[in-house]
Design a protein around this ligand. Structure first.
Ligand SMILES: NC(=O)c1ccc[n+]([C@@H]2O[C@H](COP(=O)([O-])OP(=O)(O)OC[C@H]3O[C@@H](n4cnc5c(N)ncnc54)[C@H](OP(=O)(O)O)[C@@H]3O)[C@@H](O)[C@H]2O)c1
Length: 247
């Protein structure tokens, strides 16, 4: 039995893309995992069908922006499994828009999904972690929060905010045995990026020293490292995984 067996994770947007890869990796390590998104997904259907995961996997259709719904889910998780060891704030949206053309609804959606909702969910999960005096929080930010990119003001501001939240909460929650870190990915082909203009893909290829884009799978080992006991003294750090793009 490994030290990870039976631990409990909740992953926002763990239904596809990066979040699903993280969920799968944790399930393979013996974790109990809860994922949620607004829609059902192929990953959720496959995970539900896997017999040896059936009592360790919960998937719900919940909008991360709906605070009452996420609160209900956190309570359900706590009453089912009695603890929460890991929160991954991974749900995100990103559609480029020039600021001059950005509607209130667009700005609100990008700022709230990528930052406000993560902050509210963190507050809810921390109520469970504080009495445990243990837990890990991993925020999925972005290189777009570290550098300026045309058409990305709302997403960039939200992700930079999430990095700032990471540092503040590392200090606030560290004394209670809770660590807070972030992973800032570079460009990854996923559903989020599939409608990005060809020029954006080319720019990333041209400016990534490794000369290629990352795969989703390449984010799993850095994620598992931050989750592992080997990272227990890492707190308040944003781990940039971008092939050298922002170096
Ligand atoms: N792909 C990249 O190039 C890249 C680069 C840097 C950072 N990131 C970050 O990595 C994270 C994962 O992105 P990804 O590339 O894996 O994107 P993705 O394939 O589009 O997956 C996004 C996930 O978030 C969920 N989600 C979105 N809005 C939600 C909402 N309102 N409520 C609940 N769930 C919601 C989606 O499910 P539903 O749509 O069903 O709700 C989905 O499970 C995001 O935070 C993203 O900003 C991605």
């Amino acid at each position: 039995m490994s030290t990870q067996d039976g631990k409990v994770a909740i992953i926002s947007g763990g239904t596809r893309g990066l979040g699903a890869a993280f969920a799968q990796a944790l399930l393979e390590q013996g974790w109990r995992v809860c994922v949620f998104g607004r829609r059902d997904s192929e990953f959720v259907q496959q995970a539900r069908a896997k017999g040896d995961w059936s009592d360790r996997f919960i998937a719900r259709t919940v909008d991360v922006r709906d605070s009452a719904a996420t609160q209900k889910l956190v309570r359900e998780l706590n009453s089912t499994w009695g603890r929460i060891d890991l929160l991954v704030n991974n749900a995100g949206v990103s559609v480029p828009s020039l600021i001059a053309l950005a509607s209130d609804e667009y700005l609100d959606k990008h700022l709230d999904t990528n930052l406000g909702a993560a902050m509210r969910l963190t507050r809810q999960v921390v109520q469970v972690m504080l009495p445990q005096r243990s837990g890990k929080i991993i925020n999925i930010t972005s290189v777009v929060g570290l550098q300026g990119y045309t058409g990305m003001a709302a997403y960039s501001a939200a992700k930079a905010g999430l990095d700032a939240m990471t540092r503040c909460l590392a200090k606030e929650l560290g004394p209670a045995g809770i660590t807070v870190n972030a992973i800032a990915p570079g460009y990854i082909p996923t559903e989020m990026t599939e409608k990005m203009p060809e020029a954006v893909v080319k720019w990333n290829l041209d400016n990534t020293p490794l000369g290629r884009l990352a795969t989703i799978e390449e984010y799993v080992p850095p994620f598992l490292f931050l989750v592992s006991d080997g990272a227990n003294f890492i707190n308040g750090h944003t781990l940039v995984v971008d092939g050298g793009l922002t170096a």
